[in-house]
Ligand binder design. Structure first.
Ligand code: BGC
Length: 947
């Protein structure tokens, strides 16, 4: 029987996706592709440390292997690689090893570059024909990219080395192994023949680079962001990076929407840009406007060159300025051709509903406040291979303003500020100059409309009702599925206490789910489990499964790379494989894709996110969700919404107009809900318009569920605050505000039953600040979600043929890690059952330890040599999580019991792993104790409140 899981096909798809994401920016004199047998000299320190992804939750995938760029080129045997140059780098890294930094998110974003001399470069050029120079950057959580060398800018050492290579070689190819766009001014100065963004391509990334350099794959990636000359050219820069509040004055004019409208000349490479080894002719076919259905059009793409290739066609529109003001271009459709042979033509068809062309009136200036409208005037539609060169394909006229959808004011700012707008006094001039592509608008500004509807009042006016508490009637969750009882009546059986505990997700690394994953939710207490509620498991993240106990998974290309493919089908296919990896590891939901808008090139997490454009992001995320849903798992789309900055991400308030929210920052999520049928959402850490997103009734109830029809679950980011009202301070204990808003799950708690985080749910319920019906509503969302999960089917004892096949596909080591011994720490001392510890040579025994309180600990072991010759060396290595905390070595002479006490790392997370590894046999263990030496709970609470 044909197998469903095929790791070789997964690798192939990932390699193809990483290759399709590569963007060729420059290819003078047809420097690429490289002829077989070319003599290559590979420069740049990053050849020693290929970045498969960024750091943090979006990158911590334990993998079987990573193919770097150097390794791929070498192993292909297609090229003659200069070994002297390579050796120099090998020597350099011995003296300058990879700097990992210390602690969470501390890895520097660049590694020291090797200085070159002219003589070295000259000698290399005498021996080799082409120089490849690799520049690398990582990125991650909790900090942003800075407009500094080693971050957004090249370091002096990098520039200097590049210059020397340039001087010596006739052909220089620069590869950017980076998470997101970086400063590109150096291209003009250094003038290499070819420049490629190869991004962070996952574990198959190096192979993808090989494919493009060799021409086995013709590049077809397109920029998902505008590259401007200076960071100061971006409209967001002025209001980015504050430690308190960023007023998003640029409003909807983000990325190319800004540059095409106000500042064309500062663009180095426009949105959508990317070269191929062949040429395409893009001809505009039929164009039709229908009053009901919107526009439909055809674009004919012909490969006019001499190599097979793919082209990504983009459709943009320009709406009349009207009263609202509009960007000169906005993407409303895109599609990728098949692989076209030379001379082959393909007709791409686009159907674009009017909703995509509409603007949101947040002020009422059109007399239709809180509605999506098409203002009267001429609408122009453009198609082409990037935003700048897209040519007009058709136009249509709206004679009288049309209201497309009426909404309700929601999540508007309370603070007053001014926003950017095209200067309407230039309107006439604009019309007459419309044919002139170089026309740009002057800037003016207007007051941003502030909130007029109080979300707390909305909530009180719209309180849900529920079936009153009935006590246990003997119904299990499966009776809901079987239609024996309604969900309302099922939930009515749960006590207040049960409902409250269900809102508390557990983690990290809960022993109730797959080892090493971030969260567990649903039936996390015995009482909930008795009702037949399964425990769902979720794990990071966008680039593949993160399991902190060391289990291996497959690592994917990063979000920006996948965005640059402009290929929905490929994204869907890749995530079908990812779904199987999740199923194999018994995980129900991936904490990703990350889909915030690249408001600024400096956001530290841009590498996980897709693009500056919401349509591109939303469509590709929808494709990924469809792939995941094929095998009944899902993605937790994050971070909802407006996480545009990592610095002080728990606190910084993003102040943004309702129009920009809806047209830019929420739009991609809206598409993922409406088209991708998203089932799970993660709110952000921080506030938007003064209200923490996790507790925003407007965001999570009015818009997400009310307007878009979302019926899934919303969870907080890991340890997130809530607040009651715009401007009120955020509080980790204020979980009742989250539940009131329909943020169903507070992530994560050490123990739901013990209220280990000290949340206010019981108190709020007692004081009437929260109703039982509100709790029941979240419980319903969670149970409805769980009914669709593999966890539910497993709880029922069902094992499909796919489950059986996937279980066999686990390596023995990884399978063992799923079989951990569970242990909960007592106050004082806790004894480990030593009979469970395998002391044979090469044996590993792993425990998952739950500590309900944060504390300092020691371990005390009593052990001796078991009848060994005196000279025997008997090492025992003890790991806490993935870190070696001590290797205890006895010798054969230690025939009496020895007591060894070692310091452990503090228990900060609720769960950790303990691993005992015996490199030799011959030790006997009498006892192992974990001794709690200091409680840290209070210190932590103080620390957090001081933040
Ligand atoms: C990140 C999330 C992630 C979570 C769990 C947080 O720090 O912001 O994106 O899913 O941790 O690891």
């Amino acid at each position: 029987m044909a197998k469903t899981w095929d790791i070789e096909k997964f690798k192939k798809t990932a390699r193809a996706a990483a290759a399709e994401g590569i963007v060729l920016l420059k290819n003078d004199k047809n420097a690429l592709p490289l002829d077989k047998g070319t003599k290559l000299a590979i420069f740049g320190r990053s050849q020693m440390n290929y970045y498969k992804s960024g750091t943090g939750s979006g990158g911590m995938v334990n993998v079987d292997y990573v193919v770097g760029i150097y390794e791929a080129l070498k192993d292909s045997k297609k090229y003659k690689i200069n070994t002297d140059v390579r050796k120099a780098y090998e020597e350099f890294v011995k003296e300058n090893p990879f700097d990992t930094g210390v602690g969470w998110a501390a890895e520097p974003w660049f590694q020291k570059e090797m200085p070159l001399t002219d003589a070295f470069a000259k000698k290399a050029a005498e021996e080799s024909e082409v120089a490849i120079f690799i520049i690398g950057r990582t990125a991650g959580e909790d900090q942003d990219t800075k407009n500094e060398p080693g971050s957004y800018l090249l370091t002096d050492e990098e520039t200097d080395a590049l210059k020397k290579v340039r001087k010596a070689f006739g052909k220089v190819i620069v590869l950017l192994n980076v998470g997101n766009i970086i400063d590109m001014k150096w291209v003009k100065e250094i003038d290499p023949e070819a420049v490629l963004y190869v991004w962070q391509g996952g574990q198959e990334g190096g192979n993808a680079v090989l494919d493009v350099l060799s021409g086995d794959v013709n590049p077809s990636g397109k920029l998902a962001d505008t590259i401007a000359e200076n960071i100061t050219d971006y409209s967001s820069t002025e209001n980015f990076g504050s430690d308190k509040r960023n007023f998003q004055e640029e409003d909807i004019y983000v990325g190319y929407r800004y540059f095409e409208t106000f500042d064309k000349k500062s663009v180095l490479y426009p949105f959508g840009y990317g070269l191929s080894y062949t040429n395409f002719d893009i001809a505009l076919g039929e164009f039709e406007y229908d009053e009901t259905d919107g526009i439909s059009l055809e674009v004919l793409v012909t490969n006019t060159g001499d190599r097979a290739g793919k082209e990504a066609v983009q459709v943009y529109f320009e709406a009349p300025q009207g009263l609202l003001g509009k960007p000169k271009r906005a993407l409303c459709g895109f599609a990728k051709t098949d692989l076209l042979e030379p001379g082959q033509m393909q007709c791409l068809e686009f159907d674009i509903p009017k909703y995509w062309l509409a603007s949101y009136d947040d002020s009422g200036v059109t007399k239709h406040k809180s509605s999506y409208v098409l203002e009267e005037g001429c609408y122009k539609v453009f198609a082409g291979s990037d935003v700048r060169s897209a040519a007009e394909i058709g136009e249509f006229e709206i004679k009288k303003l049309e209201v497309i959808t009426e909404c309700e004011e929601a999540y508007a700012p309370v603070k007053e500020f001014e926003r950017l707008k095209p200067d309407s006094t230039q309107m006439e001039e604009a019309v007459s100059k419309a044919a002139n592509d170089d026309f740009i608008y002057g800037k003016t500004s207007e007051k941003v409309p502030v909130r007029t509807l109080d979300p707390n009042k909305k909530r009180k006016d719209r309180l849900p009702e529920c079936v009153p508490f009935t006590g246990d009637k003997g119904y299990k969750l499966k009776d809901v599925e079987a239609g024996k009882v309604s969900m309302e009546k099922f939930i009515a059986q749960l006590s207040d206490e049960d409902l409250i505990t269900m809102m508390r997700g557990e983690g990290m690394c809960s022993p109730k789910v797959t080892a090493g994953i971030a969260g567990a939710f649903g039936g996390v207490t015995d009482s909930l489990a008795d009702f037949g509620i399964p425990v769902g498991g979720c794990s990071d993240g966008p680039s593949g499964i993160r399991m902190d106990c060391g289990t291996h998974a497959f690592s994917l290309p990063n979000g920006t790379c996948l965005a640059c493919t402009f290929n929905e089908e490929l994204n869907e296919e890749l995530f079908r494989w990812e779904a199987l990896d999740l199923r194999r590891n018994r995980i129900d939901a991936l904490l990703g894709p990350g889909m915030n808008i690249h408001r600024s090139p400096l956001n530290g997490r841009n590498f996980e996110y897709f693009s500056e454009d919401p349509l591109l992001t939303g469509k590709l995320v929808s494709a990924q969700l469809k792939g995941l849903h094929k095998y009944d798992v899902t993605g937790v789309i994050k971070h909802f919404a407006g996480n545009t900055q990592e610095f002080r991400r728990h606190f910084v308030d993003n102040v943004v107009s309702e129009r920009a929210l809806r047209e830019i920052y929420l739009k991609a999520f809206e598409i993922a809900v409406r088209e991708g049928e998203a089932r799970a959402v993660m709110s952000t850490y921080g506030p938007v318009n003064g209200v923490w997103t996790s507790s925003s009734y407007d965001l999570l109830t009015t818009i997400l569920r009310g307007e878009w029809g979302f019926t899934g679950i919303v969870m907080t980011d890991w340890w997130a605050m809530g607040n009651d009202e715009a401007g009120a301070h955020g509080d980790y204990q204020n979980v009742s505000a989250q539940v009131r808003a329909q943020n169903d799950l507070n992530m994560v708690n050490a123990s739901a039953a013990d209220n280990s985080s000290g949340d206010d749910l019981p108190k709020a319920l007692k004081e009437g600040k929260l109703t039982r019906a509100e709790l029941a509503r979240c419980a319903t969302n969670i149970c409805e979600f769980l009914l669709k999960t593999p966890a539910y089917r497993h709880m029922l004892g069902e094992e499909s043929a796919l489950d059986k096949e996937l279980a066999k596909a686990m390596s023995e080591d990884d399978a063992k890690l799923q079989d951990l011994i569970k242990l909960t720490l007592n106050e004082g001392e806790t004894e480990l059952d030593t009979s469970l510890i395998d002391v044979q040579k090469g044996a590993t025994t792993a425990f998952v330890v739950t500590s309900k309180r944060k504390c300092l600990m020691d371990m005390e072991l009593v052990l001796r040599a078991d009848n060994q010759p005196d000279v025997a060396q008997l090492p025992l290595s003890i790991f806490q999580d993935k870190m070696l905390i001590k290797t205890v070595t006895l010798t054969g002479m230690d025939k009496e019991w020895q007591t060894v006490r070692i310091g452990m790392n503090p228990a900060i997370m609720s769960n950790f792993y303990l691993k005992f590894y015996f490199a030799q046999g011959g030790l006997e263990i009498k006892s192992v104790k974990i001794i709690k030496t200091k409680d840290l709970e209070e210190e932590f609470k103080r620390g957090i409140s001081e933040l």
